[in-house]
Design a protein around this ligand. Structure first.
Ligand code: ADP
Length: 479
């Protein structure tokens, strides 16, 4: 089976969040199922820099304002198709925002171009390869299923995966004339959304099937609280909506071989984690008092519940804990963490920025990872936590609810607990759960059992790759 995956990020070349990890890991996970995935991504500078021997496979004279080509690039086992369109993608700044954090004003053109290129490939643009199915991810590639409906790829099945429904790709109606779609596409059945143009909206209508990244989130987005306006549309399409939990790349995230940590270890050699605690403490200038080190590796946003965590920092320190934060995002939240660090020298620290190697050391050196998200489609950092014996303390929502077994008395007794869940997302409820965490940490046998149980959890792609393979096959069988 030949699949075209299309996305705006792919690990290890361009990453702002979990989307990149998933897009980067799925091809290898699907290969044993007889599925060859080629991944279409924008030719950002970071991607072009890795394109050592690019082969031009097709060209566009004018793709949304300039010439463009499709290049094939192999990078670390990834079979990439790169949309080289310098007028759209050759820019300083991030994939979506400029150096000042502002959305590029032509994002609609940039990602319509990506989507159109995918639809053209599905329709036979490349002389030597046509996919059987297109798998699009998030709003940036959500127009692919729409373009397919109106082009040569009409009969090719498509899947749209929602990694986070909060990002919808909404633009004023005036951009519609630039999208090269027929007038009937500006309707409730396609991209029209309350008088505007909605990229995600169009994709959700046009895709043969919709997936999201955990079973709980697939249920939650049918409700107004989580559906963010799409609950009605998704309820109408519920028979084509699937929740498939993300896995992680267990080679990249392996405490027994990880080159980014101070000392490698496994579930049978948990004592060796100590070298990582020391390295982490040095990095954050912590003292060497005992007590649990909590960590956060996250976008610092309201979604992630960081404001709630800030309210309990004094309790964490008051109970003998420490807090190491790695992240960036909302400036107000960054300032609040910095103020807490100033209030609690050698006990609380924050590194503002994005640091992949440090994110590994955090999981290896901290005792617990805090994830108080208000909503979480899947979440990856709790899965890394499980794999590294860094016990997840999570809000009971979305993929967090699906992947962590709460350490209540029954689960502890049965030996199946892997972390702590709390609900609702409030300071009072988090505080209550932290009391349970401190109690468990004070009982070394209980704690190490939690760690080893987590490390035994299957966080690989094995089960989920099978689920995607089954879905692909069922769509192809429907013809
Ligand atoms: P989301 O995609 O909503 O941001 P996920 O938990 O699904 O959240 O994925 C976040 C990914 O980004 C994880 O791989 C996490 O380790 C990584 N990450 C988040 N913030 C940072 C950071 N500041 N430095 C390094 N990695 C980070």
């Amino acid at each position: 089976m030949q699949v075209l995956s299309v996305a705006s990020e792919v690990f290890p070349l361009v990453k702002t969040g979990g989307l990149a990890d998933v897009v980067g890991a799925l091809p290898a996970a699907l290969a044993p199922h007889g599925i060859r995935t080629r991944t279409l991504v924008p030719g950002y500078p970071a991607v072009m820099a890795k394109a050592r021997k690019p082969l031009k496979r097709a060209g566009f004279d004018d793709l949304f304002g300039g010439p463009a080509s499709i290049l094939t690039v192999d990078h670390q086992g990834l079979d990439l198709l790169v949309l080289d369109a310098p007028h759209l993608f050759d820019r300083d700044g991030g994939p979506y925002v400029d150096g000042n954090g502002r959305d590029y004003p032509d994002n609609f053109r940039r990602f319509a171009a990506l989507s159109l290129a995918a639809a053209e490939i599905a329709g036979g643009l490349l002389a030597d390869w046509t996919p059987d199915l297109v798998h699009a991810h998030d709003w940036q590639s959500a127009l692919a299923p729409v373009y397919m409906r109106f082009g040569a790829a009409r009969a090719v099945p498509s899947i749209l995966t929602i990694h986070n429904i909060a990002f919808q790709g909404q633009f004023g109606a005036e951009i519609f004339s630039e999208l090269a779609l027929p007038p009937e596409a500006f309707s409730i059945d396609y991209v029209e959304y309350f008088g505007d143009v909605g990229f995600l909206k169009g994709g959700l209508q046009a895709a043969s099937a919709i997936t999201t990244v955990s079973p709980s989130y697939a249920g939650e987005i049918l409700e107004p609280e989580f559906g963010m306006g799409f609950e009605g549309l998704l309820t109408a399409r519920a028979s084509s909506l699937y929740g498939i939990v993300n896995g992680i790349d267990t080679d990249v995230w392996n405490p027994q071989t990880d080159p980014h940590i101070a000392g490698t270890y496994g579930s049978a050699s948990l004592k060796k984690r100590h070298a990582n605690r020391k390295a982490l403490s040095a990095r954050f200038d912590f003292d060497d008092a005992p007590g649990p080190i909590f960590c956060v590796v996250s976008r610092l946003t309201w979604q992630k519940g960081m404001d709630v965590l800030i309210e309990v920092i004094d309790d964490i320190v008051g109970n003998g804990g420490k807090l190491a934060v790695l992240g960036s995002g909302d400036p107000v939240i960054e300032v609040a963490f910095k103020a807490a660090a100033a209030r609690h020298p050698r006990r609380v620290g924050i590194v503002v920025g994005y640091d992949e190697p440090l994110s590994h050391l955090m999981q290896a050196g901290a005792d617990a990872i805090l994830i108080p998200s208000r909503f979480e489609p899947c979440g990856l950092t709790q899965l890394y936590g499980l794999r590294y014996g860094c016990v997840p303390v999570v809000a009971r929502t979305g993929g967090l609810a699906d992947t962590i077994v709460d350490a209540n008395a029954a689960a502890l007794g049965a030996g199946c607990a892997t972390g702590f869940q709390f609900s609702p997302v409030s300071a009072a409820s988090l505080r209550r759960t932290l009391r349970r965490v401190f109690t468990a940490y004070g009982q070394p046998k209980v704690w190490s059992r939690l760690q080893t149980q987590g490390m035994k959890s299957d966080v690989s792609w094995n089960g989920s790759a099978q689920a995607y393979a089954d879905l692909y096959s069922s769509l192809l069988a429907k013809g």
